[in-house]
Write a new protein. Structure first.
Length: 277
């Protein structure tokens, strides 16, 4: 077991003084030991394994002799691909990752090659820390100390996230976030069972057709078609005459009067009326 190995003696005074990237093998083991403690003391956790791979990749670059470093580089590339392909965590040795970082879960985690992550940050699954445009070294995010990234959070571009800031689940951040602030995504909108129809018309978020999404427009027109039935002059979902009249269905070959001037939603409505008649 990792925790019981004599190589990982108690944290002691050296943990706080161990420099990142030191060529000392003992310092590397101290860093890995610290990551193990802060990631639940469980060596099988994907987050801990990703950090151990990262620490090893940084440490091997401190070996000046290219001949001695070559076999370690081969091992690092194997471990990097294993963590990326098996656990879905992409973390390059060129990034700057501080101490006591926690990768809470696995899957869909992408970290820019030149991103900076401060001490005591928490990264959940589905997080993207990447570039907003071209792949440039200076287009990577910089996270301060104690930053928390919720599940599905996206931080893009050359932005700075202040110390202690929290990025909520599925939030997309492309601007600087001050220290201690909270950045959240818009909450989900609740739609009652039955969708948007005549029985819950009052629950519609708007009566303005321009504010409805495409799917809501099609659904509203379909509901109006069911309520009014086929007619030579059909009204839309808002009680207004449609711009193009639809001929009454007279068999399976019934078609709109002028299909070129119909919107896609009107075509769907006309075809449904023709099939159901």
């Amino acid at each position: 077991m990792l925790g019981g190995s004599p190589l990982f003696a108690s944290l002691g005074r050296r943990l706080s003084s161990a420099p990142v990237g030191s060529s000392s093998t003992r310092d590397l083991l101290d860093q890995i030991r610290e990551d193990w403690l802060y990631n639940g003391e469980e060596w099988t956790r994907p987050g801990f394994r990703a950090l151990a791979m990262y620490r090893f990749g940084v440490w091997r670059m401190t070996i000046k002799s290219r001949l001695l470093r070559a076999p370690l580089s081969v091992l690092y590339r194997f471990l990097h691909r294993l963590v990326r392909n098996h656990y879905g965590i992409e973390l390059h040795y060129t990034a700057k990752v501080g101490e006591r970082v926690v990768i809470a879960h696995q899957g869909g985690i992408v970290i820019h090659e030149f991103a900076e992550i401060g001490n005591e940050c928490v990264i959940c699954h589905g997080v993207t820390i990447g570039t907003a445009g071209q792949f440039l070294n200076n287009d990577a995010p910089k996270l301060g100390r104690g930053v928390t990234l919720g599940a599905g959070a996206v931080v893009m571009g050359n932005v700075k996230i202040g110390d202690g800031a929290k990025i909520g689940p599925n939030a997309v951040v492309m601007i600087d976030v001050p220290a201690g602030a909270l950045a959240v995504a818009p909450p989900a909108r609740v739609i009652q069972p039955g969708g948007f129809n005549e029985t819950n018309r009052a629950e519609r978020p708007t009566n303005n057709p321009e504010e409805l999404s495409f799917g809501q427009k099609v659904e509203a027109r379909y509901a109006a078609a069911q309520a009014n039935g086929p007619s030579a002059q059909r009204n839309n979902a808002f009680g207004q005459p449609s711009e193009t009249a639809v001929a009454p269905a007279s068999g399976s070959d019934a078609q709109p009067c002028d299909s070129k001037t119909l919107s896609f939603g009107q075509k769907v409505e006309a075809r449904y009326a023709a099939r159901s008649s």
